[in-house]
Design a protein around this ligand. Structure first.
Ligand code: ADP
Ligand code: MG
Length: 254
């Protein structure tokens, strides 16, 4: 199980979750995508637009069974949608750690049915994200290639470290560079800094900035259904391979 996490918004979490889930499903892996963001962007991007739908929210608020909430959205790709009341869940945070394992417990019985579970996390550091960390063993942190990208990243990694201590387990953490503009010096600098600071953790493929990646969700499509020959399709297929084969950037200089 894998969480796509960064407390910063707009870095490509949902775009990565949508397209990685689709890339893996195209490889005939059985995938469950979990939308843990109350904004429900992943749910909508997968073409599920019923605003009264229940999903993860019912797991938290009504102890519902995850299995009853899952929708098949593509061949090999199932979705556990956000649900319209998911925003209320962060308010349970006052009850603290006792609620931190709810998602893990709900997903546990489903594990055998899937080759991989991908969780799209909200841009907050509350109860929902804590639940995601308890449920997974791997984390992908998308980092966008702009000048504030590195800001907050060491804080995030420290948070992950203390979560590991609390949970008594280790997380495998990867960094994926997103929204990359080859010609921009800034993008190249961000990339180089990441490689220097986090050796063996930066996945090989940079996801380039490209319009079709931003357009495809409004059609309820992944990049592979929307524009199979685009840079975005190429990059996300390659990133999916990086994850499967644990391909990272090893060298410290260009
Ligand atoms: N590589 C990319 N190229 C172009 N637009 C992108 C790319 N990645 C993300 N976007 C766009 O940027 C915005 C934020 O991306 P999103 O995946 O929703 O981020 P997050 O889930 O981290 O908030 C969206 O409008 C999305 O379509
Ligand atoms: Mg998002």
């Amino acid at each position: 199980m894998l969480a796509i996490l960064n407390h910063k918004g707009g870095v490509g979490k949902t775009t990565s979750c949508l397209n990685l889930a689709s890339a893996f499903a195209d490889m005939e892996l059985r995938i469950l995508a979990v939308d843990l963001d109350p904004q429900a962007h992943l749910t909508i991007s997968l073409g599920v637009t019923d605003s009264g739908l229940s999903g993860v929210d019912d797991i938290f608020l009504k102890q519902a069974n995850g299995l009853d909430l899952i929708l098949q959205v593509r061949e090999n790709l199932d979705l556990l949608p956000a649900g319209y009341r998911l925003g209320e869940v962060e308010k349970l945070a006052a009850q603290g750690a006792s609620k931190a394992k709810i998602l893990q417990q709900a997903l546990q019985p489903l594990r055998n049915q899937y080759d991989m579970v991908l969780i799209d996390c909200p841009p907050t550091s509350g109860l929902l994200n804590f639940n995601a960390l308890f449920a997974v063993d791997e984390v992908i942190i998308p980092v966008s290639s702009d000048y504030l990208a590195l800001h907050g990243l060491s804080q995030l990694l420290r948070t992950l470290k203390s979560a590991e201590k609390f949970m008594h387990k280790k997380l495998v953490t990867w960094i994926a560079l997103t929204r990359y503009t080859m010609r921009r010096r800034l993008s190249r600098q961000v990339r180089q800094k990441l490689i220097n600071y986090f050796p063996h953790q930066v996945l090989s493929t940079c996801i380039r900035e490209s319009a079709p990646l931003a357009e495809s969700p409004s059609f309820g499509k992944s990049i592979f259904d929307y524009s199979r020959r685009s840079n975005g399709a190429h990059d996300y297929a390659s990133l999916a391979d990086d994850i499967l084969y644990q391909r990272v950037i090893e060298n410290q200089t260009e």
